[in-house]
Design a protein around this ligand. Structure first.
Ligand code: UGA
Length: 452
């Protein structure tokens, strides 16, 4: 099938590369010519494991362009995967979405096209995109002969494991009010639903993956599924962080508690790791958008609101713990291990490291930091905070009064803790992710604490 994808961010680019890999003819469109030039030359603008390898394999089926006239006519399916950044009220900014819808409407060919919202968009956006497309088509001479249907196909990929999540998804959700659109998308996703493609060697098919479930539903339900899924995951993390506070007081081990409740198949083991809380571009934005949408209907969402409050409190708890340990923060040197909002990405959106660094600097602390891949980006986007970047964890430790593990990169799990302890002025580590081996660290002569 022929596919056009508008927007080459995380979602658009991953979707494009995966659909091209399973055999479709894909046009990835972005208005940023520089991005298109670099993608055409095989350079990936984001850090995502194996994306460049898969892009190379899929290259014969991939086209990069900034021209709607090239991408849209003849497409069976057009995905809209543009950004929907949050506005100060929490509601997402839909400017890029409306621009994309209008430009698609200006170029739709005669024949049937399914226009799919893949960006996370407020409930009702499917209808809205439909009306924008209709208005634009009606203004064209040949517009009356175009046929289209709008669908919602929310994305559930995680940064850092985006390709794995796209090729081996837990489920595919398709929302459309017209059966013809469902049929087209079913055909498009068939190789993934039936797992008939041959798996790349570097992304082997997990043994447990059989046929992938497809949920076909109406537009509004698909749109709500996306927000509800992210809100629930965010809630799960905040729940374990709330229980962590109790665990700390009663002397319980929150990692064991998480494991113990997660083994109940009704609860499930994932997203129960306590620590600094969630970051990234999705949970904060989507919980805020869900609260804003509910507000438009006069509904309050106290559970989702509480999840957000608990998440914010986890950042303050870092400062409280450091204060408790060091008594005075002014004039101290504190090192941060990890800057990205989670491992395997260089994404810094809502990364806990930014807020923690700022809170410490406001209290007169000198802050040193290291991250395996996000340092350059941090300097570019947040250089004004004034962190001292170091070439590795040992250099961070040099002269520090405390270290904070902010992002659980694998390379921090097996540090030479004796060497780290020797380099520090006062050997104390605050494990913000429950990722380190407490016994080993204490044997090496460091004091250890965690954020429960
Ligand atoms: C999240 C969802 O997991 C995806 O399903 C969804 O498609 C995506 O948002 C989106 O809406 O685009 P992502 O933000 O890439 O994906 O990252 P996650 O792996 O979900 O992690 C989010 C944050 O939660 C990270 O800061 C991570 O450190 C934190 N986290 C995760 C915890 O604090 N504890 C956990 O147990 C799990």
């Amino acid at each position: 099938m022929r596919v056009a994808i508008i927007g080459t961010g995380y979602v658009g680019l991953t979707t494009g590369v995966c659909l091209a890999f399973v055999g479709h003819d894909v046009f990835c469109l972005d208005s940023d010519q520089k991005k298109i030039d670099s993608l055409s030359a095989g350079h990936i603008p984001i850090y995502e494991p194996y994306l460049s390898e898969l892009l190379e394999e899929a290259r014969p089926n991939l086209n990069f362009t900034n021209s709607y006239a090239e991408a849209i006519p003849g497409a069976d399916v057009v995905f809209i995967a543009v950004g929907t950044p949050p506005t100060p009220s929490g509601a997402p900014n839909l400017e890029f979405l409306s621009q994309a819808a209008r430009s698609i409407g200006e170029h739709l060919d005669v024949g049937f096209t399914v226009v799919v919202n893949k960006s996370t968009v407020p409930i009702g956006s499917g209808n809205w995109v439909g009306s924008l497309l209709r208005d634009t088509c009606e203004q064209r001479q040949e517009g009356s002969r175009t046929e289209f249907a709008v669908a919602s196909n929310p994305e559930f990929l995680r940064e850092g494991s985006a390709l794995h999540d796209s090729l081996y998804p837990d489920r595919i959700v398709i929302g459309a009010d017209e059966p013809r659109a469902l049929e087209v998308l079913y055909s498009l996703y068939r190789p993934i639903l039936d797992q008939t493609f041959s798996a790349p060697t570097y992304l082997p098919r997990p043994e447990i993956v059989g046929a992938v479930p497809l949920l076909s539903t109406d537009l509004a339900s698909a749109e709500l599924i996306k927000y509800a899924a992210n809100a629930f995951l965010a809630l799960k993390i905040s729940f374990i962080n709330e229980i962590g506070l109790v665990a700390e007081r009663v002397g319980a081990n929150i990692s064991e508690v998480g494991r113990g409740i997660g083994l109940d198949s009704r609860i499930g083991p994932r997203f129960l790791s306590a620590g600094l809380g969630w970051g990234g571009s999705c949970f904060g934005k989507d919980t805020a958008a869900l609260i804003a949408t509910a507000g438009e209907y006069g509904i309050q969402l106290p559970i989702v609101e509480a999840a957000k409050k608990i998440n914010a409190r986890q950042r303050d708890r870092v400062v409280e713990k450091l204060l408790h340990e060091l008594k005075i923060l002014k004039g101290r040197t504190i090192g941060l291990l990890g800057l990205a909002f989670k491992p395997n990405t260089d994404d810094l959106r809502e990364a806990p490291a930014i807020e923690i660094a700022q809170k410490l600097i406001d209290r007169g602390v000198r802050v040193k930091a290291h991250d395996p891949i996000a340092m350059e980006r941090f300097e570019k986007e947040h250089g004004s905070i004034g962190l001292q970047m170091c070439k590795d964890a040992c250099e961070v430790a040099e002269g520090c009064d405390a270290l904070v593990l902010v992002t659980e990169w694998n390379e921090y799990r097996d540090l030479d803790w004796e060497l780290v302890a020797k380099k520090m002025r006062s050997p104390f580590i605050l494990d913000g992710r429950h990722a380190l081996d407490r016994e080993k660290i204490m044997r090496a002569g460091l004091r250890y604490a965690s954020i429960s």
